[in-house]
Design a binder for this molecule. Structure first.
Ligand SMILES: CC(C)(COP(=O)(O)OP(=O)(O)OC[C@H]1O[C@@H](n2cnc3c(N)ncnc32)[C@H](O)[C@@H]1OP(=O)(O)O)[C@@H](O)C(=O)NCCC(=O)NCCS
Length: 172
């Protein structure tokens, strides 16, 4: 496992390539800073500061040059994966970075033995809903007034995962 995966086609401020790496504990300040830009109810730095030791959670970072362009956090428990967080810097959105992060999340969930992947999303978050539908998720429930700042329903989404097969390779 190399710990890094690159793909071309992302024109960021620091160059044409975007690298997807495992999130390191030392990335926590940059992730927490991006949280405040991307969410009205941001998580704090401690939530990201011990991912390397976690047995359940795994984090992925997307780097454009030296800039943290996005990240995603997966939790896998008892054969089920949950996407806890995904976000991309506003200035590099719409360039496929979240899609690449989702691919790594899916692969890591399959490697951890998950046969399904779940998430919750604000009912009014159209870009995220579009991303998830494009990634194969389907709505399977709602939680009324689940979110605060502002109060909003949660849409519950799920997709099934096929078992890993020879030739699928390994995640980073
Ligand atoms: C949701 C988010 C992560 C998408 O990141 P992104 O890097 O811009 O997404 P991508 O460029 O990889 O888009 C992948 C697909 O998602 C969908 N999508 C993404 N942004 C979209 C938008 N603004 N409008 C419509 N569809 C969108 C499209 O289907 C797109 O595929 P396409 O470009 O082939 O049409 C980003 O908007 C974000 O960080 N939002 C704030 C944080 C957030 O809401 N996170 C989700 C919490 S549940």
């Amino acid at each position: 496992m190399s710990g890094v995966s690159s793909f071309s086609g992302v024109s960021g401020p620091s160059g044409p390539d975007c690298r997807i790496c495992l999130l390191k504990n030392g990335d926590a300040p940059a992730v927490a800073a991006l949280e405040t830009v991307c969410f009205s109810d941001p998580w704090g730095e401690p939530e990201f500061a011990s991912l390397e030791e976690s047995r359940l959670d795994k984090g992925f970072a997307a780097w454009v040059g030296e800039t943290l362009a996005g990240y995603a956090i997966l939790r896998t428990v008892a054969g089920e994966g949950e996407l806890l967080r995904i976000a991309v810097r506003p200035d590099v959105r719409g360039r496929g970075i979240a899609r690449k992060l989702m691919e790594q999340v899916e692969r890591a969930a399959r490697e951890a033995g998950a046969d399904s992947l779940f998430l919750e999303v604000r009912a009014g978050n159209k870009p995220a809903l579009a991303l998830y539908r494009a990634s194969g998720f389907e709505e399977n429930g709602r939680r009324k007034d689940y979110y605060r700042f502002p109060t909003e329903d949660a849409v519950l989404m799920e997709r099934s995962l096929s078992p890993l097969e020879d030739g699928d390779g390994v995640s980073i």
